[in-house]
Design a protein around this ligand. Sequence first.
Ligand code: BGC
Length: 361
Amino acid sequence: MNVNRRHLLTGTIGAAAVAMVASACASEDGGDGSGSGKKVGIAMPTKTSERWILDGDNLKKSFEEEGYEVTLQYANDEPDEQVSQIETMVGQNVDVLVIAAIDNKSLSGVLAQAKEQDITVIAYDRLILDTPDVDYYASFDNTKVGTLQGTYIVEALDLANQAGPFNLELFAGALTDNNTKYFFQGAWEVLQPYVDEGKLVIPSGQTELEQIATENWDGAVAQERMDNILSNFYQGGNQVQAVLSPYDGISRGIIASLEGNGYTTLPVVTGQDAEVESVKYIIDGKQSMTVYKDTRELAATTVDMVVAVLDGNEPEVNDDSTYDNGVKVVPAYLLEPVSVDVNNYQEVVVDSGYIDAEDLA
Ligand code: BGC
């Protein structure tokens, strides 16, 4: 029995129904052992962010239910460490590699070795660039993540009706992550017209990806940059009214900086990943929103892809034009991100079973 989890988990069913179906899958679909004897190597970037721990756990569990032998490794956000972990997996003759790359351009060599051994390679969440040796891409609509963040700022400041000008600062993720530019482009497309119109101003003047990027997606790095921005461009009572932040860990760094600099009323601050700490911040009114991406669905999509490929079938994809990795357009299955704030967190992240209510207490 090859249960296609993606069809069960997505579509128009509500969050609560998703939770019920997800738990039904866990008990009913104990896997049919079709992966019996097959090996999968999973390379995740870091344990410093909650989402990758969930991704790794979900993938491991789902592959094991299908009868696969699983090796799961985390590489402390060190590209070299990830390359050597993948080399070891190739040496163990895995049948499949599922990789969330730390540095999207560092894997060509090891993936060439993988291809020589006919290993199927799935780029997980983050596209791997400059190599022909990546077969499929499973992710979310990354541009839409940015669109949701930008739109939240526009609506929270009521830019359709207010003249402003409002002060905005921009943050982006790591330049080594292919998603970074999609997130930023999605947001900037929404925000830029208001900057052009003068309703939004960026006192730091920092709008280029290279200026606003955050090494390793590290909240402490973002905190330091926000400190610098506040001391250099916000003297004399000038206040920040909105901060575009791509990821919850970065948002919390920005908020720490603002609080450290005396802000009692915080600006609009976006985020991504629905991390427990940030959902708490949303409930407390410190962070405005996050973008929820159900990592259970992403794991299920990935397992479906792998089962199809190893059964000699074409996996289902829903995008064969967006993700050009410099060598080829990688066929992708993209899931939908959801904007979450204080008004819908209960339904979207708690009722769906993604976060336990007691973890938010
Ligand atoms: C992921 C985001 C995550 C970020 C930092 C990105 O590649 O798509 O969900 O917030 O990495 O870990």
